[in-house]
Write a protein that binds this ligand. Structure first.
Ligand code: NAG
Ligand code: NAG
Ligand code: NAG
Ligand code: NAG
Ligand code: NAG
Ligand code: NAG
Length: 442
């Protein structure tokens, strides 16, 4: 029992002079030296991606023979030789310097003149590298600095993806440019808070894919994320923060969610027997995932051909374009609204809830009050409950066009859409239609 750690220590001290989990002030890590987390889960050091002459500082799994990087410091400012020196300054700032040129290529903070009493940099077994004051615990929420605040392309279990309103900091992840280049790529994923929070995959400045809004215990319209034995997940919305997080239930599992350079999400699980990453799940996308493919008040149904149809009570805005499968103009009310008191709401079921940018919400209002609120404002086009758990609670209001809806019997939700008086009360026909649709799909 005693010999083993000794041998490990000896081995470590031969291959690299560090093998400690910490770096203290004024200490430097050089090429071929690494920092290793206490249980030897993660390792921090210099690396060069395949087919690349550039060098980076990053974090990878120590025990996995297939080198897998979960974090990169100097993504956009590679070192061009092996003279890199990573130093923790007396101010508690991590600085990466190219010794041959004498320039700083990356640092954990722009500048800091405040001395920190005994700052320590420490690599944790969660994969987080934190800088904290000596004597302060390692599981505090806000250390001086932490790599978890600067996610690269990998969301590790336990990382909060989203917003911290106390610090104003957003955590989102961005793909590598290519498998050989960790520079910022085209795709990024995060929580959009312009309205009720929702997860959005961006390609450059464009919305590529919308995860539906979180409605209590799942995302509307997303059927791939299900309860399972490996991990659980949560989405938290409060005054302090808004975040998505997944945690391992089976802590022996090694799992990571990565946004590939192609924009594809992959949830990967390490297989000890096969010694490779197994694809646990991916976000299969189809034409209906194309953002706003059917335009306003249109709904995309992958089981139909063509896939776009107007919601009931709506008709194509440009019938000719619509016939030619140019759905960009979307649909409009068959009987236009004029804000008359007789207007009301029809119930639509099995829908991935529309884009919530510009929406309004309150998590304590009931559905009855929610309808009243929507009815009292003529630009309010739809409402629903923001939390379908239990008997339902919370209120979500949309204004103007409803965009990016898809019909999804498996994980779709209910939406109440404003229609004119003459269109009201067609719920029987709608029920008949959904029953028919159900029969057809069975
Ligand atoms: C930091 O390191 C430099 C160079 O190794 C040394 O000259 C200096 O005295 C050190 N400062 C402290 C406070 O340890
Ligand atoms: C790092 O280690 C490798 C293999 O032992 C060696 O070839 C190389 O020269 C070392 N690089 C530096 C910069 O020390
Ligand atoms: C997820 O599982 C962990 C470990 O079993 C548990 O501590 C945590 O409370 C669970 N979280 C949720 C949101 O269910
Ligand atoms: C939600 O509505 C309730 C009841 O009207 C109100 O007391 C509360 O302040 C509202 N919450 C927010 C975040 O606006
Ligand atoms: C209706 O809601 C919109 C969007 O929140 C708001 O700008 C407008 O002032 C509201 N109108 C009324 C009459 O409350
Ligand atoms: C959603 O509703 C459930 C059941 O009523 C409740 O336990 C939970 O706290 C609610 N979530 C939010 C965010 O209000």
């Amino acid at each position: 029992m005693l010999i083993f750690p000794f041998l490990v220590g000896l081995y470590a001290s031969i291959t690299c002079s560090y093998a400690a989990d910490t770096i203290s002030a004024n200490q430097t890590v050089r090429y071929n030296q690494t920092i290793v987390s206490p249980q030897e889960t993660f390792e921090l050091g210099f690396f060069s991606p395949p087919n690349s002459m550039n060098h980076y500082v990053g974090i990878w799994y120590k025990k996995i023979p297939k080198r897998t990087y979960v974090w990169v410091a100097n993504r956009n400012t590679p070192l061009t030789d092996t003279s890199g020196e990573l130093t923790l300054t007396l101010q508690g700032v991590l600085i990466l310097r190219e010794a041959t040129k004498g320039n700083v290529v990356w640092s954990s903070a722009k500048s800091s003149t405040t001395l920190v009493k005994n700052p320590i940099g420490q690599l944790l077994d969660t994969g987080n590298f934190i800088i904290h004051k000596e004597g302060e615990g390692t599981n505090q929420e806000d250390p001086i600095w932490q790599s978890f605040d600067f996610i690269t392309d990998t969301l590790l279990p336990g990382v909060k993806l989203g917003w911290n309103f106390i610090t104003g900091h957003e955590r989102r992840f961005t793909s590598w440019k290519s498998p050989d280049d960790p520079a910022f790529g085209e795709f990024s994923y995060g929580i959009d808070i312009r309205g009720y929070p929702q997860m959005i995959l961006m390609e450059g400045q464009d919305i590529k894919l919308r995860g539906g809004p979180w409605i209590g215990f799942r995302f509307s319209g997303i059927s791939t994320l299900r309860p399972n034995r490996f991990f659980n997940f949560t989405f938290v919305v409060n005054q302090r923060e808004i975040y998505y997080q997944y945690n391992l239930i089976d802590t022996s599992a090694i799992m990571r969610l990565v946004l590939q350079p192609s924009g594809r999400f992959e949830l990967l699980l390490w297989s000890d027997s096969k010694q490779e990453w197994n694809l646990y799940s991916t976000r299969q996308t189809d034409i209906c995932d194309q953002y706003a493919v059917c335009g306003a008040f249109g709904s995309c149904n992958i089981g139909k051909s063509p896939v776009c149809e107007c919601l009931k009570g709506f008709e194509p805005t440009s019938p000719d374009q619509w016939k030619n499968t140019d759905w960009s103009q979307g649909c409009r009310h068959t009987v236009p609204l004029n804000c008359s008191p007789g207007e009301g709401f029809n119930k639509y079921t099995n829908l991935k809830l529309p884009d919530t940018r510009g929406s309004w919400y309150n998590q304590t209002i009931t559905l009855v009050e929610c309808e009243k609120l929507c009815k009292s404002n003529c630009s309010c086009s739809a409402y629903t409950t923001s939390n379908i758990s239990g008997t339902g609670s919370g209120c979500l209001l949309w204004f103007g066009g409803l965009i990016d809806i898809r019909t999804n019997a498996e994980s779709g939700d209910t939406l109440y859409i404003r229609v004119s008086a003459s269109e009201l009360g067609n719920s029987k026909t709608i029920l008949l239609f959904s029953l028919l649709a159900l029969r057809l799909s069975v």
